[in-house]
Design a protein around this ligand. Structure first.
Ligand code: 6PG
Length: 457
């Protein structure tokens, strides 16, 4: 990805792009392989640093974690005040918070930047989510804007999303939503298969959904991969792919962050744990003697509407988490520009994001884009299908944990009173945790073990 970004930069900025890799042969081969690009390669760090104009802007594309610290340690003594280090990896945001502070102590400016779009995106135009000190944006915008993907209105899919670690947090949330959308597509696929369609027919259904505001890169991708035949057998490739889904951590981090921030990201969580169940080989094997078979015959339009409704709920959950974390950490993230830069280049790009961005631009304080028009109306129209599909999926043995999480999330939001009143009362009963009342201010406790009188706490 680093090489692809360097080639993208060389096409878009004046002068040569300096690249560094410890492996001399690798870097020379890279430069030789792309004579059209104005690239220079280094494997000696002081030479690389000396080749850069001041203030230096160095983009790290190294594996997240310890390697990032190691590179920063090596670079720091070679840099001068005001130089900028950008970490473009999928770094866990607490590491970025720490590095921002450590670099500031050395008078270096540190930017944690999420980059989405894979290797092709890096080459042709990724979506980039930098976060850090606002004064740094003026020095990096001219480098990043030309290489970013462009939305349909021509705007580059990069902006400073906020201060501190907000860039990496934003990318983490992007990936959490990616987990949810992938799982929801998988569940829609399972329902279509349970209705008797083969892979090629499912591909056609996904292609037919991929229009207008409903369109998305992942729907288009689903149509593509389901149409793929198996080079070995000639059958549909999907029918030969092992169902153990893996992950590299960003989905889990999103779920942990949701728990830390007290924000429900239940659709993302179910999508993460669906991967866990898929890979729980021994436990799945333990039930192999009592198989259930899937059967559901749902109208395609109902499955589509259920999927679209659940997808909106997943995006709303992710964005609510980002807004809350921004408050907690004081990052000043505005959701309108974040959603704007997700409109192209990134994995979760989708047709409706332009309208989501407009909702946030017009209502910067709104707690939920989904509660605002036009999305409120769309959701209410599609919610009956989501309920019907989730219910029939359960009855028909089609596992749909993300669809179920979405419908339950929305039903809870729309329920006047929740059974969590009983949770509170039970907590008071066994642990004196107190409860609040609907009709009076304050915290209350019942003396359960004696006269059962009520007291303010
Ligand atoms: C992107 C992707 C990219 C990658 C995920 C995959 O935006 O380009 O999100 O970052 O696909 O890291 O994550 P898992 O391996 O955890 O599914």
């Amino acid at each position: 990805m680093g090489a692809s970004l360097a080639r993208n930069l060389s096409r878009n900025v004046d002068g040569s792009v300096a690249m560094f890799d410890l492996d001399e042969s690798k870097i020379s081969a890279l430069v030789a392989a792309h004579p059209e690009a104005n690239l220079s390669g280094f494997s000696h760090l002081p030479d690389f640093v000396a080749a850069l104009a001041v203030p230096r802007v160095i983009l790290l594309m190294v594996p997240a974690g310890r390697p990032v610290d190691a590179v920063i340690e090596s670079l720091t003594p070679l840099l001068t005040d005001g130089d900028i280090i950008i970490d473009g990896g999928n770094t866990h945001y607490p590491d970025t918070e720490r590095r921002v502070a450590e670099c500031a102590q050395n008078n270096l400016r540190f930017i944690g930047m999420g980059v989405s779009g894979g290797e092709q995106g890096a080459l042709l135009g990724p979506a980039m989510m930098p976060g850090g000190d606002p004064t740094v944006w003026a020095d990096i915008a001219g480098l990043l804007e030309p290489i970013a993907a462009k939305a349909e209105d021509g705007q580059p899919c990069v902006t400073l999303v906020g201060s501190g670690a907000s860039g990496h947090f934003t990318k983490m949330v992007h990936n959490g939503i990616e987990y949810a959308d992938l799982q929801l597509i998988g569940e829609a696929y399972a329902l279509l298969r349970a209705g008797g369609r083969n892979a090629a027919e499912c591909s056609e259904v996904f292609a037919s959904w991929n229009t207008g505001e409903d369109r998305s890169y992942l729907l288009e991708s689903a149509a593509t991969v389901l149409a793929q035949s198996d080079p070995d057998t000639g059958g549909a490739l999907i029918d030969y792919v092992l169902d153990h889904a893996k992950g590299k951590g960003t989905g889990a981090w999103t779920v942990i962050a949701g728990a830390d921030e007290g924000v429900s990201v239940s659709v993302i969580a179910e999508s993460l744990f669906a991967r866990s169940i898929s890979s729980a080989t021994a436990e799945r094997q333990a039930w192999a003697g009592d198989p259930v078979s899937a059967s559901a015959d749902l109208p395609v339009d109902a499955v589509r509407d259920a999927y679209m409704a659940a997808r909106l709920i997943a995006y709303q959950q992710g964005l609510a988490l980002l807004a809350t974390a921004s408050e907690t950490f004081g990052w000043n993230v505005a959701l309108a520009p974040v959603v704007r830069i997700w409109r192209a280049g990134c994995i979760i790009r989708a047709g409706f994001l332009d309208a989501v961005s407009r909702v946030y631009a017009e209502n910067p304080e709104c707690v939920s884009f989904l509660s605002m028009e036009p999305f409120r109306g769309q959701l209410l129209e599609r919610l009956p299908s989501l309920r019907q599909v989730a219910a029939e999926a359960i009855l028909g043995n089609v596992p749909t944990p993300a669809l179920a999480a979405a419908v339950n999330h929305q039903t809870m939001l729309m329920s006047g009173a929740l059974p969590t009143a009983l949770v509170q009362l039970l907590r008071d009963f066994f642990g004196s945790h107190t409860y609040e009342r609907t009709d009076q201010e304050g915290n209350f406790h019942i003396i359960w073990e004696a006269d059962r009188s009520q007291h303010r706490r």
